[in-house]
Ligand binder design. Structure first.
Ligand SMILES: Nc1nc2c(c(=O)[nH]1)N[C@@H](CN(C=O)c1ccc(C(=O)N[C@@H](CCC(=O)O)C(=O)O)cc1)CN2
Ligand SMILES: [Mg+2]
Length: 286
């Protein structure tokens, strides 16, 4: 039988820990602060940013949403980031992706102080993750949240074969690094991988982050595998579905995340967790 990984339930546990950490920091006179910058009016991004702001406020954090017009120039955005870099009430800065075409996304990522890089996308923090650097630094929230879910369901990557389909900076590459650091044997596969489905079938842990609805079906899953679906796609009826065909995976996968209710809720809970950590670490000189 296939067991469903309940991302909402794990997110609830993480949020409870975050609430405790916020209370502990309050006793020291510190209120974690997050600034989320959104450029333009992409409907889905508006919802995600609203959810982040609501959650941060509910957990007792200082939360700022900076809504900018779609015509914002790169220099204007850089100036706003510089101001948050210098603002002691803000511990985490996040620029919601996607950005309009006139803005060079890597340049924006580089402009955020690595100590306030709550997304964990800055090359300094990505480099630390890849080198399994000791000490404290932020890690991309979606893959980190997936590691939390795996741990919560007793899935230890050590010695397992893991396949990550997708090589983005947000999910695929940091996911592969986290699984490698946890002693899995990891393959990163992508659109140019020869016989992608045969590679998928080798995985004890299969993470799918391609943006292609139902790319992976039950026939592509090793019996008993843990399947993590990062996709948020629309099917022909406009319904939200994942990169994995959930129905055909039943009875084949050992564990599987649903869409919605799997990875998504963990992304925001982990973002809150990271914000509190950045506030905590900002108080310690290195
Ligand atoms: N700067 C960033 N931009 C983006 C990130 C990010 O981590 N940092 N991730 C995504 C969007 N995202 C958060 O920003 C996000 C997307 C989806 C969910 C979520 O909870 N999804 C729900 C379903 C929602 C629905 O019904 O449409 C689920 O999976 O259950 C949370 C966060 C891109 N941009
Ligand atoms: Mg989900």
């Amino acid at each position: 039988m296939t067991k469903i990984i309940d991302g909402k339930a794990v997110a609830k546990k993480v949020n409870a820990q975050t609430a405790t950490a916020v209370a502990e920091l309050a006793a020291q006179g510190i209120q974690p602060g997050i600034a989320v910058i959104i450029v333009g009016d992409d409907a889905a991004s508006q919802i995600y940013v609203r959810n982040k702001n609501r959650k941060a406020t509910k957990l007792g954090m200082h939360s700022v949403v900076r809504q900018l017009p779609a015509t914002t120039s790169q220099d204007e955005l850089l100036a706003i980031i510089a101001a948050y870099n210098a603002d002691d009430s803000i511990h985490g800065i996040l620029v919601q992706s996607p950005l309009p075409a006139q803005i060079n996304e890597p340049l924006i990522t580089m402009a955020i102080d690595p100590k306030k890089d709550v997304d964990g996308f800055h090359p300094t923090n990505v480099g630390k993750l890849i080198t399994n650097f000791p000490g404290n630094y932020p890690v991309a929230n979606t893959p980190r949240g997936i590691m939390t879910m795996l741990a919560d369901y007793g899935v230890d990557p050590a010695g397992k074969t893991a396949v990550v389909i997708g090589r983005s900076t947000i999910v695929g590459k940091p996911m592969a690094a986290l699984l490698t650091n946890a002693n899995a044997t990891v393959t990163i596969a992508h659109s140019k991988t020869a016989d992608l489905k045969a590679v998928a079938r080798t995985a004890d842990i299969l993470v799918v982050a391609t943006g292609i609805a139902h790319l992976i079906t039950g026939a592509d899953i090793k019996p008993g595998a843990t399947v993590i679906d990062v996709g948020m796609d629309r099917d022909e009826n406009g319904k939200l579905v994942g990169d994995v065909d959930f129905d055909s995976a039943q009875g084949i996968a050992g564990l599987i995340t649903p869409v919605p209710g799997g990875v998504g809720p963990m992304t925001i809970a982990t973002l809150m967790q990271t914000t509190v950590e950045l506030a905590k670490w900002s108080d310690v000189s290195e």
